[in-house]
Design a protein around this ligand. Structure first.
Ligand code: GDP
Ligand code: K
Ligand code: MG
Length: 290
């Protein structure tokens, strides 16, 4: 018998959705940062093992739409809600339990769900046990599992619970497929992650990254990318004094991209100002956000 199905990961911003996807896949597919709304796209990771294939999706956190970009992000959440076989509802153990459960109620889920209590490394055992009891009493989850996505704890138990709920079926993708996203997409994401790491406040939220050139040369891959911001002042900040900041972005991104591609990389970055790109359909399309 073979099982195959779609498992989508939902939760408030920073609950650890992207960290969990990466941990389950054993690959860094989704970028992670302590800032909310780092994930803008739905990212698929495909886990193929003897006897089963699980197509996981990481979704942007559940948010109130403010910009068109946010509406598109919520669109990704809604479409994920509708087509999953199993929903993983992930909660940070330190978040307000009642609030989280109310939020999950409001999603009006059709899929069967597993409640995943993440960051168990942050809670004493007695407190964790009490939380598990409260979550079981909620009654809407087929299982309640405690994990630490960061420390890769509890993941075997979580996989067992997922497999119990996965339908019988043939694989959807060839067994060596890891994701449905392009290499260019991951390269752009790795660059965007460095901007989340290095800059405070609003800069990351005003930034998009587009790969404009991706060439496999003899011994290395040559990549050019544009960092798009909304104002000249932001361009100045991204560049930094005498280009110090953009060099830092470039060197950190190159290290990660080389790891991801397992090849030497030559990376060239440019900064462009595009007023109000977040509210412009043409730009959102160009940046792969629609
Ligand atoms: P997302 O917004 O739900 O995708 O959350 P991320 O995966 O980006 O994680 C948000 C923050 O929580 C990051 O700083 C992660 O390193 C951290 N984090 C994720 N999982 C754990 C965990 O199990 N334990 C701890 N202590 N931190 C975690
Ligand atoms: K995050
Ligand atoms: Mg995320």
């Amino acid at each position: 018998m073979h099982r195959a199905g779609f498992v989508n990961i939902f939760g408030k911003p920073n609950a650890g959705k992207s960290t969990l996807l990466n941990a389950l896949l054993g690959e860094k597919l989704a970028i992670v940062s302590p800032k909310v709304q780092t994930t803008r796209h739905r990212i698929t990771g495909i886990l193929t093992e003897p006897g089963y294939q699980v197509v996981f999706s990481d979704t942007p956190g559940i948010i109130d739409p403010k910009y068109k970009l946010h509406e598109k992000m919520m669109g990704a959440v809604k479409s994920a809600l509708e087509d999953a076989d199993v929903a993983l509802l992930i909660m940070d153990v330190r978040d307000n339990t009642e609030e989280c459960l109310a939020l999950f109620d409001s999603l009006k889920l059709k899929a069967q769900c597993v409640l995943v209590l993440n960051k168990m490394d942050n809670l004493e055992k007695a407190e964790l046990d009490a939380l598990v009891e409260r979550c079981k009493a909620w009654g809407k989850a087929k299982a309640v599992v405690t994990i630490s996505a960061l420390q890769k704890k509890g993941l075997d138990t979580l996989m067992q619970e997922i497999l119990k709920l996965l339908p019988d079926g043939e694989p959807f993708y060839p067994e060596d497929t890891l994701t449905d996203r392009s290499t260019r997409f991951f390269v752009a994401e790795l660059i965007r992650e460095k901007i989340f790491m290095l800059f405070e406040e609003e800069i990351p939220y005003h930034t998009a990254v587009v790969v404009t050139q991706f060439q496999e040369k003899h011994t290395l891959t040559k990549i050019s990318a544009e960092i798009i911001v909304t104002r000249e002042t932001q361009k100045g900040i991204i560049l930094g004094e005498k280009g110090k900041s953009i060099r830092e972005i470039g060197s950190r991104a190159r290290t990660d991209i080389e790891k991801f591609l397992d090849r030497k990389v030559f990376l060239e970055l440019h900064v462009k100002v595009r007023d109000k790109w977040r509210d412009n359909d043409n730009y959102l399309r160009e940046y792969g956000l629609i």
